[in-house]
Design a protein around this ligand. Sequence first.
Ligand SMILES: [Zn+2]
Length: 174
Amino acid sequence: MAKLQIITAPDPRLKVKARAVEKVDAKVRRLMDDMLETMYGSIGVGLAAPQVGVALRVIVIDVAREGEKAQPVRMANPEILWRSEEKTVANEGCLSVPEHYADVSRAAEIRFRYIDEENEIREVQAQGLLATCVQHEIDHLDGVLFVDHISALKRGMILRKLQKTKRSRALERV
Ligand SMILES: [Zn+2]
């Protein structure tokens, strides 16, 4: 397994619509494993392939709490089949939007389908952190970040700060 580099916003690679996976082969499985290692190394609960520069519909998630056994989930082509009308608000963060958090309102409960690492189709009903996380990660596959769900004012502020951090890092490298 290898740790991959996580792309941070603003970056055009985070705005693309990712392609569906045709088949979960050894290459896709390797990507899933590398993404999990990258996610664990960055203390995240979810990661989508576009965040590591791969425009494929692949996400990995682990919503196990601290001290619990790891529960890695590898998904290809995840899609939401149903969303509850009831919403829930969670304070979200993102490995591609480092050090910024905001309250985002999403469906409280969802049913979704995906292809697992063995090419089996799975259907899951979820609420709580898993429901929030799956919606957040599927958004990434459509070029949407959590900051796209908040006010333009706050989004602009966060993105400008991130851009500034990027510029000062680029200067340090010179
Ligand atoms: Zn994210």
